[in-house]
Ligand binder design. Structure first.
Ligand code: NAI
Length: 317
C-alpha cells in the first residue's frame, strides 16, 4: 500500500459543486487537505434562476468537518470571477474541475435556439472560460490539473440530447488540446464520463438506481487524476458504481480508393467498403500527426509526392 493521496496546500475550484457529483468532489478534496472554492449558481436543472443556498450548504458542510472552503455564486460563463475568488481567498489555483451542468432535453426537431445556446454556454463555453482564466496561473506555477466532464451521451449519442451530446463531446476535444498545450508546463487535462444518481438523472433512471449509483463511486477517479504525482493526460474515462475504464480511438487499416492519375469515385469507395470497415489489424491512433504522416505516405505512393524534396546535401567545404 502506498501513501494516501493528499492535496495539502493545493487550491481546487469545483464548478457546480452545490450538489450531486460536484458536491462530492469538493468534500473529498477538502477531506484530503485541499482548499476548495465551491462554485454554484444555484439555479434549476434547466438553467433557470439562481441562489446562494446550494454553494453555502456545501461550504458549511466542509467547514463543519474542519475543512477549508469558500463559496462562489457566479455562472461558469464568467470564468475570471471564479478564479478571482480562488486567488483572493487562497492566493493560487492548482486544480479546476469543470463539472457544472444543466439539461434541456428535446427530440432533435424540437430543440429551440435557446435550448441549444444555453447548453453550449454552460457546458462548453463555461469550461473554456473557467479553464482559460486559470491557465496563466497554472503556467506560472508550472503545475495544473484540469478535468472536463463529458458524458456517454456525447460519446455514443442519446435520444433527445442533441444539444447536450454536442457540447459533451466538444469537451473531449477541448481537453485533448489542453493536454497537448499544457504538457510543457506540467498541466494535465483529462475528460470523464460519469454516471451517478443526481437531480439530472432522477428524471430518467428508476429511484433504486439513482440511490445505488452514488457520486462517492465517481469522485475518487477525479481525485486520482488531479494528484501531483499523476501524469495521465489527454485521456477519457468512463466511471460509475465504482467501475473505471479508459476509452481510446480505434482505426481500421482502411483502403486507398483511387489509383495514380485516376479520379477518385464513389464506386471505388463502394468497392472497398469491406476493407474500409474491417477492424481486423486495426490501430489506436493518438495524435493528429500520425494522420498527416500517413496521408503524406499515401500521396508519395500514388503521386510521388515529396520525392523531389529530399534534403539537399550540404556543400562540401
Ligand atoms: P447536478 O444537477 O446535481 O449538479 C450540477 C450543478 O451545476 C448544480 O448544482 C447546478 O446549480 C450547477 N450549475 C448549473 N449551471 C451552472 C452555471 N452556469 N454556473 C455554475 N453552476 C451551475 O448534476 P450532476 O449529475 O451532479 O452533474 C454534474 C456534471 O456531470 C454535469 O456536467 C453533467 O452533465 C455531468 N454528467 C452527469 C451524469 C450523471 O449520471 N449524473 C452523466 C453524465 C454527465
Amino acid at each position: 500500500m502506498g501513501e494516501p493521496l493528499r492535496f495539502d496546500g493545493k487550491v481546487v475550484l469545483v464548478t457546480g459543486a452545490g450538489q450531486g457529483l460536484g458536491r462530492q468532489y469538493a468534500i473529498q478534496f477538502a477531506e484530503r487537505g485541499a482548499s476548495v472554492v465551491v462554485n454554484d449558481l444555484g439555479g434549476s436543472f434547466k438553467g433557470e434562476g439562481q441562489s446562494t443556498r446550494a454553494a453555502d450548504k456545501v461550504v458549511d458542510e466542509i467547514r463543519a468537518k474542519g475543512g477549508k472552503a469558500v463559496a462562489n455564486y457566479d455562472s461558469v460563463e464568467f470564468g475570471e470571477k471564479l478564479v478571482e475568488t480562488a486567488i483572493k481567498e487562497f492566493g493560487r489555483i492548482d486544480i479546476v474541475i469543470n463539472n457544472a451542468g444543466i439539461l434541456r432535453d428535446k427530440s432533435f426537431a424540437r430543440v429551440s435556439d435557446l435550448d441549444w445556446d444555453l447548453i453550449q454556454k454552460v457546458h462548453l463555453r463555461g469550461s473554456f472560460s473557467v479553464s482559460r482564466a486559470a491557465w496563466p496561473h497554472m503556467k506560472k506555477n508550472n503545475f495544473g490539473r484540469i478535468i472536463m466532464t463529458s458524458s456517454v451521451a456525447g460519446i455514443f449519442g442519446n435520444f433527445g440530447q442533441a444539444n447536450y451530446s454536442a457540447a459533451k463531446l466538444g469537451l473531449v476535444g477541448l481537453s485533448n488540446t489542453l493536454a497537448i498545450e499544457g504538457r510543457k508546463y506540467n498541466i494535465t487535462s483529462n475528460a470523464v464520463a460519469p454516471t451517478a444518481g443526481s437531480r439530472l438523472t432522477e428524471t430518467v433512471m428508476p429511484p433504486e438506481l439513482v440511490a445505488a449509483l452514488k457520486p462517492e463511486f465517481v469522485a475518487p477517479l477525479v481525485l486520482y487524476l488531479c494528484h501531483e504525482n499523476t501524469q495521465e493526460s489527454g485521456s477519457l474515462f468512463e466511471v460509475g458504481g465504482g467501475w473505471v475504464a479508459k476509452l481510446r480511438w480505434q482505426r481500421t487499416v482502411g483502403a486507398i480508393c483511387r489509383e495514380a492519375s485516376t479520379p477518385m469515385t464513389p464506386e471505388s469507395v463502394r468497392d472497398q467498403w469491406e476493407k474500409i470497415t474491417d477492424f481486423s489489424d486495426s490501430t489506436n491512433p493518438t495524435t493528429s500527426m500520425e494522420t498527416t504522416k500517413h496521408l503524406i505516405s499515401v500521396l508519395g505512393e500514388l503521386d510521388g509526392f515529396g520525392q523531389n524534396s529530399q534534403p539537399q546535401r550540404p556543400p562540401s567545404s
